[in-house]
Design a protein around this ligand. Structure first.
Ligand code: GGG
Length: 356
């Protein structure tokens, strides 16, 4: 079976990690008898600087017929971040109903947590982030620009459908894992959307009596992710809170360079998108030292997702092989590491070592 994948390397280190990782992904897939057909799109901030648009008109239609999307990074020092994000990444998530963002945070064997003196247990939790609405719904505006009484309004939008979709996905995951779900809100301060979120957690939770539910305010959750990251199993949070908490999760498990993510349409109607959690890292772009492992892990999640979606056991096996190769490399103290993990190796040598 051929899986038709759209590649959007994007900005900064995105194209570097992608260029080196894709041949490896293809080789592993082929070894499992899985055929991957990649179509690359050179959309991103360079295009914006030349043409005024991050992607051509109709770009969402071009992605619609692919089976999945692999994206590198979005963001450029000369392009306002809200322009690059709303010009490329967020429309893809919205158009393809990718309302569930799954972001695992795992302290891999051989990787040290940078938390000083951390001697806790294994860190292995997964964040389910609402991904198409909430605080990132593009609703708001500015009035009286430039005047003393200027005002900016940014509304958060929580629909029953969107909230239920991510909450249900999180309960399903918790039921398959250790049966513990932490719902993160700010219900004491945001008196409309967050109590609504809490109600939906209670309603959906009634269908999962085997899952225990803890509710945390986002400030307490941020503190606990640093203080007791090993205590979490599954976390469900809104778009903004999930975005922030997953960066903390990536840091306490060693590096942003090891954090993958899946933006999934739980209805299975549209292509899902896979991307490293890290951004474009303009400070190291072009230096050849970006950690490619988050991209390899994201490709692994893509293959696992395709395997499940279309019943292709070979694709699932290829995904497991990729994931295992990363685990093995990190467990090997003599293997090359990029500077984010304390090493001095480059992107290409980390991938060359993974190939061996
Ligand atoms: N690889 C993902 C990326 O480039 N992220 C940049 C970013 O700021 N993302 C915000 C988000 O994930 O909502």
């Amino acid at each position: 079976m051929t899986h038709d994948i759209a590649l959007v390397p994007g900005d900064g280190i995105g194209p570097e990690v992608m260029a080196d990782a894709i041949p490896l992904v293809e080789r592993v897939a082929a070894a499992h008898g899985v055929d991957l057909a990649f179509t690359e799109y050179d959309w991103g901030s360079e295009r914006y600087l030349e043409t005024g648009a991050m992607a051509p008109e109709g770009f969402l239609g071009m992605l619609a017929d692919h089976d999945a999307i692999l994206l590198g990074a979005v963001g450029h020092p000369e392009v306002p971040d809200h322009v690059s994000l709303h010009g490329l990444l967020l429309p893809i998530r919205k158009r393809f109903d990718q309302s569930v963002c799954r972001r695992p945070s795992i302290l891999f064997d051989g990787v040290e947590s940078p938390l000083r003196g951390y001697d806790g247990g294994d860190i292995d939790f997964v964040v389910y982030r609402e991904n198409t609405e909430g605080e990132y719904a593009d609703v708001g505006g500015r009035e009286h620009v430039g005047h003393a009484h200027e005002v900016a309004v940014q509304s958060a939008v929580f629909t029953r459908r969107g909230t239920e979709r991510v909450v249900r996905a999180a309960f399903e995951a918790a039921a398959d894992r250790e049966g513990r779900l932490t719902s993160v809100t700010k219900s004491n301060a945001q008196a409309h959307s967050m109590p609504f979120w809490d109600e939906i957690v209670r309603e959906v939770g009634a269908e999962y009596p085997e899952v225990s539910v803890e509710s945390l305010l986002v400030d307490a959750a941020a503190m606990d992710l640093v203080r007791r990251p090993d205590a979490f199993d599954v976390i469900v949070a809104s778009n903004l809170f999930g975005d922030v908490l997953t960066d903390i999760g990536a840091e306490v498990t060693g590096s942003m360079g090891l954090a993958p993510s899946a933006n999934v349409d739980p209805g299975g109607e549209h292509p899902s998108m896979f991307e490293p959690v890290h951004g474009s890292a303009p400070d190291i772009a072009g230096d050849g030292v970006a950690n490619p492992l988050a991209t390899v892990l994201s490709a692994s999640m893509l293959l696992a997702h395709r395997g499940e979606a279309v019943g292709d056991a070979d694709a699932s096996a290829a995904g497991e092989t990729l994931w295992g190769a990363v685990e093995d490399q990190l467990a090997d103290s003599s293997a090359p590491r990029t500077p984010d993990l304390g090493g001095d190796a480059g992107t290409a040598s980390v991938l060359a070592d993974l190939r061996d």
